[in-house]
Design a protein around this ligand. Structure first.
Ligand SMILES: *Cc1c(COP(=O)(O)O)cnc(C)c1O
Length: 423
């Protein structure tokens, strides 16, 4: 009955029974107790729902997972120890050695490296698709071993908006599940499943936590994809490690997320700690308020910088000058999130000067928390890259990325005004 996203942020997920703790408790316990051995054997055969061991599930994680599933309009979720492990699992649940998948080329650097190195060593091939693809480009990447498509709703760091509706029409036609990393947009601003995505992943480390306190991730299943096609072999054959369970037959539209939990999380174990799940749940209680303010402050700062005489260019999807302005009116109606980038007319050297003079904005290798921060990739995270490599990654030498916080806008502006005056 109460389904508005602001209400789900505050009250979704955990539902205490009479006399139980009102706030999602931290179950700092690896194990659970049973009165009857039959109860435990049913759990092991996946015939009953409940907890066996905290590597596989835990009541605190369950509260966080249920809230995220409701926020993203999904049917279930599995939390993980980092955003990277969530992305890894989302792919490994569909691909094994000999398979391939398509990824949009413009994605988070860590995901790019995971796909081109570790997954390659696993025998899984990534095929990159440019965001300005044509239907022919897309089609040309597919063969009988293609198992899924991966992209980011709002890309990190280039802030492109993926037209999820357009892409999901294609992935549906070729019967491929579409996985969307929604870390920068968050479900408050954008819900990929509403536009036809099938699986959503997050680095919970970012806006879900929102305070830069914990590393974690989550995978949400839309329950809106039919895995009975024989190309999804492991969904349709008996799993001998669970007494012949067949995921599509026994779990219907929950098959993706249950298979992920009982195979990957059980066997590999990138499990989230209960305390971090508690902090993520606490962070979510104010997600709607924070995203609103992050978006307002970022938009105002983008507008201010765009008119500054020393600034060469500003990249923020809500600016009318932006390539993604029209798409932002479809996909980011409530705000453009808190990340923007810009370049100075003075180039690399001017960026370093600015970097030295910002006071309120801190230099950190992180984004998406309440504190305003910035990064100059060419002199820090990307300093080993040649000019040519920087170009290919779409990172200009003068580029400064700002993660705009929820402090007073006037103070944020003052900080940039002063630092710009020193150039
Ligand atoms: C940070 C980030 C990740 C990686 O998440 P971790 O929690 O740091 O492992 C993945 N995708 C995007 C878009 C990110 O910004």
């Amino acid at each position: 009955m109460f389904k508005d996203i602001e209400t789900l942020c505050v009250q979704g997920g955990y539902e205490p029974k009479s006399g139980e703790a009102r706030v999602l408790p931290i179950y700092q316990s690896t194990t659970y107790k049973y009165d009857d051995p039959k109860h435990l054997s049913d759990l092991f055969d996946l015939k009953a729902e409940g907890h066996i061991y905290s590597r596989i599930s835990n009541p605190t994680l369950d509260g966080f997972e249920k809230k995220m599933a409701s926020l993203e309009n999904g049917v279930g979720a599995v939390s993980t120890s980092s955003g990277m492990s969530a992305i890894l699992y989302s792919i490994l649940n569909l691909c094994k050695a000999g398979d391939n998948f398509i990824s949009l080329a413009s994605i988070y650097g860590g995901s790019h490296t995971l796909f081109t190195t570790t997954l390659k060593d696993f025998g899984i091939e990534v095929r990159f698709l440019d965001i300005d693809y044509t239907n022919e480009d897309f089609k040309s990447l597919i063969d009988e071993n293609t198992k899924c498509v991966f992209g980011e709703s709002l890309t990190n760091p280039n802030l492109e908006i993926l037209d999820i509706k357009k892409l999901s029409t294609l992935t549906k036609k070729f019967n491929l599940p579409l996985i969307i990393d929604n870390s920068l947009a968050t479900p408050y601003l954008l819900r990929p499943i509403d536009y036809g995505a099938n699986i959503v992943v997050h680095s919970a480390t970012k806006y879900i936590d929102g305070h830069a306190s914990s590393v974690g991730g989550i995978i949400i299943d839309g329950g809106n994809f039919d895995y009975t096609d024989s190309k999804f072999v492991d969904f349709n054959k008996e799993d001998s490690s669970y007494h012949g369970v067949i995921y599509t037959r026994d779990f219907k539209n929950l098959c993706y997320i249950i298979k992920l939990r009982v195979q990957l999380l059980r066997n590999i174990g990138s499990t989230l700690a209960p305390f971090n799940a508690y902090l993520f749940n606490l962070g979510l209680e104010t997600l709607h308020l924070r995203m609103e303010r992050h978006s307002q402050n970022a938009f105002r700062l983008a507008q201010y910088l765009e008119t500054h005489e020393k600034v060469a260019w500003v990249n923020y999807p809500k600016l009318e000058s932006n390539k993604y302005y029209d798409l932002s009116n479809t996909y980011l109606k409530k705000g453009g999130s808190g990340i923007l980038s810009f370049g100075l007319k003075g180039g690399y050297e001017a960026s370093l000067t600015l970097s030295k003079n910002l006071k309120l904005a801190n230099l950190v290798v992180h984004l998406a928390d309440v504190r305003t921060s910035y990064l100059h990739p060419a002199s820090t995270t990307h300093r080993q890259l040649s000019d040519d490599e920087l170009n290919r990654a779409g990172i200009k030498k003068e580029l400064i990325r700002i993660s705009v916080g929820i402090e007073s806008f006037e103070d944020i502006k003052k900080d940039f005004e002063l630092a710009l005056s020193k150039i």
